[in-house]
Design a protein around this ligand. Structure first.
Ligand SMILES: C[S@@+](CC[C@H](N)C(=O)[O-])C[C@H]1O[C@@H](n2cnc3c(N)ncnc32)[C@H](O)[C@@H]1O
Length: 273
């Protein structure tokens, strides 16, 4: 796809793609070294790579924490169902690939509002009856819960709900905590919620990044640790090691010293009481 930009506007292989402005999913894919992106996304991604050297590390650090969280859940809990809200679908080690490596029967509902995820998902999941991908907006959780695709998940049994690098794309006036609460009200006790999130630490770099994202995408919020933890509301127990930089989350290979950029994305896992 990276070499086919011209064809996209004329002869879009997947109609519905907006290639007039960058997309979060495609830019993230570019930052991770993937091929599901267009010139407009690469130009936007290059802003981070060239103008804010080191900031690109936020993408692989986030992805690493997500992979470890899914591995931990599948290997050390009875949970065999995952709802991945704002999943993207980068090239490797997606939630279903990690979970089904250990438990082939694990079920995964992917949700994303970017059509590239649906397009990629159809190819990736063609022969996987335990996994489905739904194009929907995570800010409309009822539409997701009521969808045909959501029937894959038995909400009477524990589930892991994944908000990996997505709630920071929900602005304050869109009530990100209310979205977590929606799922809290529908998942069984013993269910997990994973959140990774842009973390401000009151570092001026986070304000710089927020300006770049809000100025281009109209979204992208760096929240304090207190604000991120408050997204859970009551009724959850936050598990060790709490909310920490994503690269440090249950990572025996974490570097001793983090760059300033590495502190600006954090991860946390909690269980419903
Ligand atoms: C930074 S990527 C993270 C992808 C993946 N969860 C991960 O952590 O590797 C954010 C994803 O959230 C999706 N997203 C952002 N806002 C969304 C919304 N309102 N509804 C559904 N998906 C959304 C984007 O399309 C993108 O795929």
């Amino acid at each position: 796809m990276a070499d086919a930009d011209e064809q996209v506007t004329e002869n879009a292989p997947f109609p519905g793609f907006d290639v007039s402005r960058p997309s979060i999913a495609r830019t993230y894919d570019y930052l991770l070294g993937g091929k599901d992106n267009f010139a407009i996304d690469r130009a936007f991604g290059d802003k981070f790579i060239n103008d804010l050297p080191g900031s690109r590390q936020i993408a692989p650090d986030n992805r690493g924490a997500l992979v470890r969280a899914i591995r931990e859940i599948i290997t050390s809990t009875p949970v065999r169902q995952f709802v991945d809200l704002g999943s993207g679908l980068p090239t490797a080690d997606n939630v279903h690939q990690v979970a089904q490596r250990y438990a082939p029967e694990a079920k995964v509902l992917y949700v994303d509002n970017d059509p590239i995820v649906l397009a990629h998902g159809r190819a990736l999941l063609a022969e996987n009856e335990n996994t489905t991908v739904l194009q929907a907006d995570l800010r409309d959780p009822k539409a997701i819960y009521d969808s045909e695709d959501a029937r894959l998940i038995d909400f009477d049994q524990p589930v892991a709900v994944v908000f990996s690098a997505t709630l920071h794309h929900v602005n304050d006036d869109e009530d990100p905590a209310g979205l977590v609460r929606f799922w809290y009200d529908r998942i069984a006790s013993g269910s997990y919620v994973f959140i990774s999130h842009f973390r401000s630490e009151n570092d001026p770099r986070s304000q710089e990044l927020e300006q770049v994202l809000q100025g281009s995408l109209g979204r992208g919020r760096w929240r304090t640790d207190e604000q991120i933890l408050a997204l859970f509301g009551d009724g959850f127990t936050v598990l060790d090691p709490g909310l920490v930089p994503a690269v440090n989350w249950r990572n025996p290979d974490a570097p001793e010293e983090l760059t300033d950029w590495q502190r600006l994305i954090a991860a946390v896992l909690a269980v419903k009481n």
